[in-house]
Design a protein around this ligand. Structure first.
Ligand SMILES: Cc1ncc(C[n+]2csc(CCOP(=O)(O)OP(=O)(O)O)c2C)c(N)n1
Ligand SMILES: [Mg+2]
Length: 375
């Protein structure tokens, strides 16, 4: 078992994991109250994989994840206020309320999102690492993705180019044993995912993703090897999500006994046990960490609640724009060159009407009837 670090580090690890746990529980509650819209994927149970990894990354390393990344942003240091406000669709959110739960983003802290397309973040990670290599920086990109994503074409294509171009990426599979309702035995021919990139020349290692200290130890070795040798590696962290795939998952594909078995490996409770046994922390430290997490999350809900909605006039702002043009931009095939964007008022009337009618209607639709609650 990994050695217990100093008191300050233990408090930091515990604090981050408690914050994620509390934040996620509250996000689930706010979703039920229809305060948070769109989709909601919680990472309760996966805290050790997230915090163990981010705790050994450098500030200038890049992190990119999936649609289950509230915790990744919090672990990177993004204020809980801004993450909750993003869930609420508010102007003060990490993406100005445009992204919602699946698109948390914090470029300042090099947390590069938040992506809804399964496996879509893999080639983007390769691009980030290519940028580091091109600029001759020794920054590493950590790309976290699910077991299900390892079946996508993007996985193979990215592994090939990352190995060929010796890109500084740690690919970290958060193997929680399911892709939505499909178990790994039913979705992947190779179930030991640490071997899955070997054919592309990338070595992998399987680790216990429920043990924050093991994750720290092993990921730090991978980070330093990738940094110094300039080639990618793969880590498969075994973990488990205690909640359903998303907020609207009846969980008919797994039985309660299995969930209970994994609950015995609760990453927070087990870390607490290790810290108490080692006497590096006392009961009062544990209580204080939990209370602090409660306070931070309570304040985040208040902040999000009191924040303004984005103004209707800002509907066309912060959309995909090429060059310095403000406003609307549609990718089209008129010619291969990028076209200058069109300001909102110059957008085709049909497109503008559609966007505005969707914005108007959204507030009138009962939460359970909003598009997307099934995913
Ligand atoms: C390209 C693509 N196909 C399908 C989906 C629908 N979908 C959303 S999440 C998901 C499961 C992915 O599972 P995994 O990669 O294991 O991540 P986890 O949800 O377990 O964290 C699927 C199929 C999608 N978002 N993108
Ligand atoms: Mg999965």
């Amino acid at each position: 078992m990994a050695r217990v670090p100093d008191r300050e580090t233990c408090l930091e690890l515990l604090g981050r994991m408690c914050l994620i746990r509390r934040f996620e529980e509250e996000a689930g509650r706010q979703y039920q109250r229809a305060k948070a819209g769109g989709f909601l994927h919680l990472a309760i149970g996966e805290e050790a994989t997230i915090v163990g990894t981010t705790s050994v990354m450098r500030e200038d390393d890049y992190l990119i994840g999936t649609y289950r990344t509230h915790g990744h942003a919090l672990a990177r240091g993004t204020p809980a206020d801004a993450v909750m406000a993003e869930l609420f669709g508010k102007e003060t959110g990490t993406s100005g309320g445009r992204g919602g739960s699946m698109h948390i983003f914090d470029a300042k802290r090099r947390f590069m999102g938040g992506y809804g397309i399964v496996g879509g973040n893999l080639p983007l990670a390769a691009g980030l690492a290519l940028a580091s290599q091109y600029r001759e920086e020794d920054t590493v990109t950590v790309c976290m993705f699910g077991d299900g994503a390892s079946n996508t074409g993007n996985f193979g294509e990215t592994m090939n180019l990352a190995a060929l171009w010796k890109l500084p990426v740690v690919f970290l599979v958060e193997n929680n044993l399911y892709g939505m309702g499909t178990s790994i035995e039913r979705h992947s021919a190779v179930t030991d995912l640490s071997h899955k990139a070997e054919g592309y020349g990338i070595e992998g290692e399987r680790i216990d993703g429920m043990d924050v200290l093991e994750v720290r130890d092993r990921v730090s070795v991978h980070l330093e090897e990738v940094r110094s040798k300039g080639r990618p590696s793969l880590v498969e962290a075994f973990t488990y999500r205690y909640r359903g795939h998303s907020a609207a998952d009846p969980e008919v594909y797994r039985d309660k006994a299995e969930v209970e078995e994994w609950r015995q490996k609760d990453p927070i409770e087990n870390f607490v046990k290790v810290c108490l046994e080692d006497a590096v922390l006392g009961e009062e430290d544990i209580e204080a960490a939990k209370q602090q997490a409660d306070k931070t999350v309570e304040a985040a809900v208040q902040f999000a609640d009191n924040s303004p909605d984005p103004a209707l006039e800002s509907l066309y702002e912060e959309l995909y724009v090429v060059s310095e043009t403000m406003g609307w931009y549609a990718v089209d095939e008129r010619s291969p060159e990028p076209h200058p964007g069109e300001l909102g008022e110059e957008a085709p009337a049909a497109a503008r009407d559609l966007a505005e009618s969707v914005a108007d209607r959204e507030s009138e639709i009962e939460p359970q009837n909003r598009p997307g609650v099934r995913d």
